[in-house]
Design a protein around this ligand. Structure first.
Ligand SMILES: [Mg+2]
Length: 291
């Protein structure tokens, strides 16, 4: 699919296409070569081969073509749905106080906007708010659904559970986001029919989602959160609570009991806050202990 998109949208990317074919050929050939030959070849690989472009391309290919990506998404939604059903079908005092809700992030949790990353890669651009805004406005047909997302939302709503979207898409572009949700028939109960305005909480003055989560907690009993970024779950994963890769991972372990029991993570190897802590110019340092 990425190849079709490249040909359709980016006619200048033929050279990259050749690169992909070469990579595939090299991988196929590697299956036939003796181990020592492969080791020698690895020893003479220049560092430049670990380029941003190659890394981004591999991440995009994995997300857009691999069955493993789709399986992980379905696994996450299936596990979350089982939890939701188990919770609402088991009588508890909490449910009588406030109606139950599931909180979901949008991009790379419900909406697959990897087409934007394909666009950046093909144009040699870095992410910028203006690029993102323009791409969304002009490429509605490029936005897809994360596998299993729509069925999950429908099943959750069929259980009488509200779905609330908390996204860092700008509130100034609210109409555009609702247009995307409408495209996928997700703007019926969620987003549009809530008079109190807590079904679609977009970014206004801060990327922290905590105040928006608090707003949802005031009205609902939140029984599950789904996202592709640790910041979708708690500000414990933001500065000042964490300021490094190690601290971030330690915080994940601190919350070990929440994963898969209340917090559900969708895979996103392309972008996210995890990238901010990496020293990209010295990326080889992260592999030192495997020498
Ligand atoms: Mg996201």
């Amino acid at each position: 699919m990425i190849l079709m998109c490249s040909q359709k949208c980016f006619p200048a990317s033929l050279a990259r296409l050749c690169g992909i074919v070469s990579l595939a050929a090299a991988l196929a050939l590697s299956c036939l070569l003796p181990v020592q030959v492969l080791a020698d070849a690895a020893a003479i690989q220049p560092k430049q081969q670990l380029s941003d472009h190659d890394s981004a391309l591999r991440a995009l290919l994995w997300l857009r073509t691999s069955g493993e990506y789709e399986a992980l998404c379905l696994q996450t939604f299936n596990t979350a749905l089982a939890h939701v059903r188990d919770t609402v079908r088991t009588p508890s005092a909490d449910k009588r106080v406030k109606p139950p809700a599931v909180v979901m992030d949008l991009d790379e949790t419900v909406l697959d906007t990897s087409g934007y990353s394909v666009y950046l890669l093909s144009k040699g651009l870095k992410h910028h708010e203006a690029h993102w805004r323009n791409w969304n406005r002009e490429n509605l047909d490029q936005i897809r659904l994360v596998p299993g997302a729509r069925q999950f939302i429908k099943n959750v709503e069929n259980e009488g559970v509200h779905v609330v979207f908390i996204s860092n898409r700008p509130d100034a572009g609210r109409d555009g986001t609702i247009q995307v949700l409408r495209k996928f028939d997700l703007a019926t109960q969620a987003a549009l029919n809530d008079a109190n305005g807590v079904k679609l909480l977009l970014r206004t003055n801060t990327s922290s989602k905590q105040s928006r989560r608090d707003k949802v907690n005031d009205k609902y009993t939140v029984i599950a959160l789904l996202g592709d970024n640790l910041n979708d779950f708690s500000d414990d994963f933001r500065s000042p609570a964490v300021n490094s890769i190690d601290e971030r991972r330690a915080m994940v372990r601190k919350h070990a009991a929440a994963w898969g029991s209340r917090w559900y993570v969708l895979p996103n190897p392309i972008y996210g806050n995890w990238t901010r802590y990496i020293d990209w110019k010295n990326a080889e340092q992260y592999f030192e202990n495997s020498k």
